[in-house]
Design a protein around this ligand. Sequence first.
Ligand SMILES: Cc1ncc(COP(=O)(O)O)c(C=O)c1O
Length: 398
Amino acid sequence: MPKINENYLNLKESYLFSEIAHRVDEYKKNNPDKDVIRLGIGDVTLPLSKACVDALHDAADQMGKAETFKGYGPEKGYEFLRKAISDYYKRNKVDVDPDEIFISDGAKSDTGNITDMFGSGNVVVVPDPVYPVYVDSNIMCGRELTYIDANAGNDFLPMPDKNMQADVIYICSPNNPTGAVYNHAQLKEWVDYAIANQAVILFDSAYEAFISDPSLPRSIFAIEGAKKCAIEFCSLSKTAGFTGTRCGYTVVPKDLVFISSTGKELSINSMWNRRQSTKFNGTSYIVQYAAAQVFTEEGERQCQENIRYYRENAKIIADTLKKKGIRFFGGVNSPYIWFECPNNMDSWEMFDYLLNNIQVVGTPGAGFGKNGQNYFRLTSFGSKENTIEAMKRFEKLF
Ligand SMILES: Cc1ncc(COP(=O)(O)O)c(C=O)c1O
């Protein structure tokens, strides 16, 4: 009999979204005439930009002709896309070499698979509340996690504590689920901490395109020294509506080098290249060709148009909460709005209260960790009409 990876037994049942679906289905069955509005979704709703759709058609035609057909692609992804991403970083005043960029099918795979780079016995630090992939992917390989509290006291932006021990640190900014965004000085503290403690920062910037405040860093590599201590994960899912098309990229700097127990230099860039070329055969040419459009002037303009639409939704939600005197985080520089449940309700009570009284569905904060117990997440990914209608109903309720 094979010895099964029993670490899977340590995973907590992931019941958040299935429980939400179950409660909504039940409600709809009993109230078929009610109009339920979903503001809990973490998926985009606007279609792909025209620039990307045209490129998908073009690439499909290329695949149908012997002269332009493409088989297996280069290990790290096509040069044209890595160069386009490197130039995008440059436009944001960040220097990233195309050789440090690895194209993937999305940030979920990479944030999950990066665990392959690290051995056992590490102190792995994650914030609470947290994007669950960081937690579950570590539990699957037998690692324990150390949680640092993100709460209203620190504006949901936990900072390193000098006495804290950490080898691997997960940071997500703009944050899912809280919408909080680290500023330059705060990220500098994390980078300084990581360098002083020889730790690595795994920086998830899946929502960087939502940052509108030019003073806020969109990349960990905007911080001096970060190339010595950080890996960055990025995604076209929310930037360009690629949740179903699938494309992301991970930046592993060449300067990210650690010393093995036998004194050998370990380049994480080379190790990740080896890992990816062994276990992953690349994102399809068609998708990479379309992804390159995201970084052209016209493509970027079209993506920004969609992001502007979501930003307006976020503002509609944020303005309503402000008006009602409900404390919240996020809502600007982020598609997420994380509000404190009024009247001492816990997050599941809030869920039922909103569903039963105004037929608005959100995400209970408890699903992201103990510090989410009294918080509730709304997203700006719905339609404008639905967002306006949901907030009208919300205003009447509180
Ligand atoms: C923080 C965070 N990282 C990564 C992802 C996954 O992105 P992708 O669609 O590129 O796999 C998500 C998706 O919701 C996310 O919220």
